[in-house]
Design a protein. Structure first.
Length: 335
């Protein structure tokens, strides 16, 4: 990146980050996020009932909170420009489109990092109640980060989930605004996609145990890749219209019912002695990766195009990581 490009990206990022806090919206988002985070960790997560000073409940609920916070923070980046009429002014400045996109993404990422950093009281609470050996914990994280299989499987799940998150964040805009689906019918489409993932996860749990996990995961990744290619082709050319778009999305999201359980099992199967640390890092990897794509949604007037691009990119990366990090050496006849 040239000095001029870096300066442009920095200017856009600083402008966007300042814009977050020039209105009460950012403060409201962060406060609600922190309150819900504490409620789910200590109340619904059964923190005190467990009798163990760990962060399992925190990492269990954290990705789901980001599922709502990340789209709320990212979707405004371009929509606000159009609303106040500054998009045309921004595009006429001596700034390349990719510099504007990267700058806005960096601002959104910094905002989310701030929200994450403000959860530090949870860590301090665990440290006060349980007096854990943080040196051992950090050493455990280090061994996990060096494990090719663990990092590969968690990244495969993370990028696959990012595509599903991109659909969830864009579904209403795509189906209602772009394809004219009636509001009263949108719920049926959205619910049927969710039902597909539930059914797929149930089928996955009843598959013969002799089928290696890595084979199931690879077929699922390839299926998602095919669905993503068909989706982007339909969105760009208009071929097939709503039926093809819906079918492609249904296949991609439903297949997540095979990707997530098998990928998580592969990542965890060699780390039973440090399951808590491994599950914490697994959840963190997945929600950080899944949060990336949503910042690019809404960057075009046609909401279906960025959604399809994000889904295809995630499918390509997930499949590539599958071939690079997983394979026959993981032959394990257990689900």
């Amino acid at each position: 990146m040239s000095p001029d490009s870096f300066r442009n990206v920095w200017t856009i990022a600083k402008r966007e980050l300042t814009g977050y806090f020039n209105s009460p919206v950012a403060y409201v988002f962060i406060v609600i996020f922190l309150l819900l985070n504490g409620f789910f960790t200590f109340m619904l997560g059964g923190f005190f009932e467990r009798g163990e000073a760990n962060l399992n409940s925190f990492f269990t609920w954290h990705p789901w909170l980001y599922l709502f916070l990340v789209p709320a923070a990212g979707m405004r980046l371009w929509a606000e420009e159009r609303r106040v009429g500054t998009l045309e002014l921004l595009l006429t400045m001596p700034i390349a489109p990719w510099e504007a996109i990267v700058g806005k993404f960096a601002a959104c990422w910094a905002f989310l990092a701030l929200a994450l950093a403000l959860t530090f009281p949870v860590v301090f609470t665990v440290g006060f109640l349980g007096a854990p050996d943080f040196g051992t914990i950090l050493a455990g994280y280090g061994s996990l980060l060096k494990d090719r299989t663990f990092m590969g499987a968690s990244a495969v799940c993370g990028f696959s989930s990012a595509g599903a998150f991109a659909y969830i964040a864009s579904a209403s805009f795509v189906f209602i605004s772009q394809y004219g689906v009636a509001i009263e019918h949108f719920g049926w489409l959205f619910g049927s996609v969710a039902a597909g993932m539930v059914i797929a996860s149930q089928i996955n749990g009843r598959m013969p145990h002799r089928i290696p996990l890595w084979k199931v995961l690879r077929v699922a990744n390839l299926t998602q890749l095919g669905a993503a290619i068909v989706l982007l082709a339909s969105v760009l050319t208009g071929a097939g219209g709503l039926p093809v778009v819906f079918f492609s999305i249904f296949v991609y999201v439903a297949t997540q019912g095979f990707v997530f359980p098998n990928g998580s099992t592969i990542a965890m199967m060699r780390h039973a002695d440090m399951a808590g640390t491994a599950s914490a890092l697994l959840g963190t990897n997945q929600f950080l990766i899944a949060a990336v794509g949503t910042a690019f949604l809404g960057s075009l007037d046609n909401p279906a195009i960025p959604m399809a691009l994000v889904i295809l990119t995630c499918a390509v990366v997930s499949t590539a990581l599958n071939y690079l990090t997983l394979g026959p050496r993981l032959d394990t006849p257990a689900h």
